[in-house]
Ligand binder design. Structure first.
Ligand code: ADP
Ligand code: MG
Length: 388
């Protein structure tokens, strides 16, 4: 789960991480008022969306007059912001963060995440801040330094100093970085965050370190234990299909291919996606309808897949173990009653009650391609998607 920058910065404050002075606003009038209350002679207007890369596409604007705060806010609010980190539809801008402008001497990158290789918490820093860290990693990996935290020992001062030296910090700034890193570490553990990213972390011309940007991801499997974090959820920023799927207890992830996949079991779903790829296609989603499923759940799953405008063909691959194939067939038929299917559908049913399931589908008079061999089914669906 993700939260907005203004929410992340509130958490930062709670954990002793210095952030710019600022407040959120949701109308141009309110934004201007926030700027007046902050005082000073420059304010930044920042679109609050669950994506970075805003600066390059007009989602972060520097204002020198109160009137400009109002004008920029009016331009941004109610629009959708498309950045390198969103899809082509972008995300809606319903809130802004208004902050004082700080004179920047240096921009750094600092993040903490769970490193999957070592299974430990890892801090990553780079003097090449402000830009996309993936590009830095690719083009100048020597500019990236990292430390792994031992779970029993916790974060050590020498590890903070190692990163501070890499960023060429001096004097009090070194201690300042340690305070920020300790704040990030405690926040991560206390709230089950999977990643906290500050890009950029700035050094002001007064020598102060500030988190100018803030991004926090939380572990979806742990978030239920943190009602304060759940309260920060903004469904408007999330994938509508994924939220709907969650309501019905389906495991659904949107991908960017053209072949909708309905499968039971996460392992089989992964294998099915691999097979689609192998045959030259690309899956539009990951979907595991689960073991103890019902016709209603299957119907919802099928409707979700078909609501994706990118889907050109659907592959239903069910191996009936706990789930019964006739239940799946009933679900498909229930969905079809409610909506039109305007793309080809290839169905492979095997296992418990497969015969009964196949018969239900065959007798329905629907234009479905039945296939018993999985490789052939994948080949067919790729061909049909390309033909469509
Ligand atoms: P994004 O990562 O989405 O582009 P950031 O919050 O990192 O958004 O802002 C982009 C850039 O805008 C920063 O790298 C910084 O140069 C500038 N900026 C953002 N906030 C401020 C601020 N309070 N004062 C001065 N410059 C800022
Ligand atoms: Mg940023």
């Amino acid at each position: 789960m993700n939260i907005h920058e203004y929410q992340a910065k509130r958490l930062f404050k709670d954990y002793g991480i210095a952030v710019p002075e600022g407040n959120p606003a949701d109308t141009p009038e309110h934004a201007e008022q926030v700027a007046r209350e902050l005082g000073g002679d420059g304010w930044v207007v920042k679109a609050q969306v669950h994506a970075g890369g805003r600066g390059k596409v007009g989602g972060v604007k520097l204002a020198r007059k109160h009137r400009e705060v109002f004008d920029f806010s009016r331009e941004m609010l109610g629009k959708r912001l498309v950045t390198v980190q969103t899809d082509s539809f972008g995300l809606p801008v319903e809130k802004l963060l208004i902050e004082k402008i700080y004179p920047i001497k240096n921009e750094f990158y600092l993040s903490v995440l769970v490193d999957r290789v070592s299974g430990r918490v890892m801090f990553i820093a780079s003097a090449a801040g402000g830009m996309d860290i993936e590009t830095v990693a690719k083009e100048s990996p020597e500019q990236i330094v990292s430390v792994l935290v031992h779970p029993a020992a916790g974060l050590q001062s020498y590890q903070c100093r190692k990163l501070a030296f890499a960023l060429q910090l001096q004097g009090e700034q070194i201690r300042g970085l340690e305070t920020i890193m300790r704040g990030m570490y405690h926040l991560m553990l206390a709230k089950d965050a999977s990643q906290i990213e500050i890009n950029p972390l700035i050094l002001t011309d007064q020598g102060q370190l500030l988190a100018l940007d803030a991004k926090i991801n939380f572990d979806d499997n742990a978030v239920a234990a943190h009602p304060d974090i759940v309260d920060m959820r903004d469904p408007g920023q999330e994938d509508e299909k994924e939220n709907k799927a969650q309501q019905f207890g389906l495991n659904y992830i949107t991908l960017n291919g053209t072949i909708g996949c309905m499968v039971n079991g996460a392992g089989l779903a992964m294998a099915t996606m691999d097979l689609v790829k192998l045959k030259g296609g690309a899956p539009a989603n990951f979907l595991d309808v689960g073991g103890g499923t019902t016709p209603e759940k299957v119907a919802e799953a099928f409707k979700l897949i078909l609501s994706d405008k990118n889907v050109k063909a659907v592959l239903i691959n069910i191996f009936g173990g706990i789930v019964q194939c006739d239940i799946i067939a009933q679900g498909i038929l229930a969905a079809v009653k409610e909506i039109n299917i305007n793309v080809p559908v290839v169905v492979r049913l095997e296992g418990t009650n497969a015969e009964a399931g196949r018969k239900l589908l065959a007798d329905s008079g629907l234009n479905l391609v039945a296939e018993t061999d999985l490789a052939l089914a994948a080949e067919q669906v790729v061909a049909l998607a390309e033909g469509a």
